[in-house]
Design a protein. Structure first.
Length: 255
């Protein structure tokens, strides 16, 4: 398998291309906090992966790169609270356990269609609300939003390989009253344990195997890209991030 459509034969890709493609991908995804939304279509459409294999590979890729990127947010100037992240994670574990067994009952074509529709719907909502001012919500309301967001994101992450940025970020911004950049930092830390759980379920329950060498190469490049993406994000206004986030999801949903 090889990125950018250069080859669809396993093992026929230069490792340097995997590193370079991964770094660019993670630079983008850390900037907009939607790595799975970018990686799954890229692996499925351009690298020759089956949809479920692409979802499994994206989960293993997301764990180390999101942990590193989340650490950058937490150690920086953004108010990323671990107690909020923990509330989402606890709910997401339940959603992931519910969603994973359903993967075996859904064929490849409907799964890809559901994935595309989900991205388009989220993109439309983000565009409509992009100009709305940031309004903080009460603490108890935020915890309610965090719980339901974690539950839904965990379910969709396990079923479709999404749920980190494309579900969590819009929900936290539009329903929880969080700033766009804070929401992105929280989603990166949230996705580490939830993606790990979903990846383990794919491996041992759904019985989907992936090429470990290629995942390692992608992660190696992705760590560099994560740092670059963080610098780009910090220099961009939150309102602009919302619009670009929505535009990126809209494009991805078409392909």
């Amino acid at each position: 398998m090889c990125p950018l459509g250069l080859s669809k034969e396993v093992g026929n890709c230069d490792p340097i291309l995997w590193l370079a493609s991964s770094a660019c991908l993670r630079a983008f995804s850390t900037h907009f906090s939607g790595s799975a939304a970018v990686l799954v279509p890229a692996l499925a459409l351009w690298a020759g992966y089956q949809q479920k294999e692409a979802q499994a590979a994206s989960l293993w890729y997301v764990v180390p790169t999101s942990l590193f990127a989340g650490f950058l947010y937490k150690s920086g100037q953004f108010d990323v609270r671990l107690e909020y992240v923990a509330a989402m994670v606890a709910a997401a574990f339940v959603g992931a356990i519910i969603g994973a067994p359903l993967v075996k009952r859904i064929h490849q074509r409907p799964l890809r269609q559901v994935f595309a529709v989900a991205l388009m719907c989220i993109a439309l909502v983000m565009v409509v609300t992009a100009s709305q001012p940031h309004i903080a919500t009460a603490r108890h309301v935020r915890y309610l939003v965090l719980t339901w967001t974690g539950l839904v994101a965990g379910f969709l992450g396990s079923l479709l390989g999404i749920g980190g940025g494309v579900i969590v970020v819009p929900a936290l911004v539009m329903l929880g009253g969080f700033d766009q950049k804070v929401a992105q930092g929280m989603s990166l830390l949230y996705v580490v344990p939830t993606a790990l759980l979903s990846a383990l379920l794919y491996r041992f329950h759904v019985k989907i195997r992936i090429d470990n060498t290629q995942v390692v190469l992608m992660v190696a490049g992705g760590l560099t890209g994560a740092f670059v993406g963080y610098q780009l994000m910090a220099a961009t206004r939150s309102e602009a991030l919302r619009i670009i986030f929505a535009a990126a999801l809209g494009v991805l949903s078409i392909f």
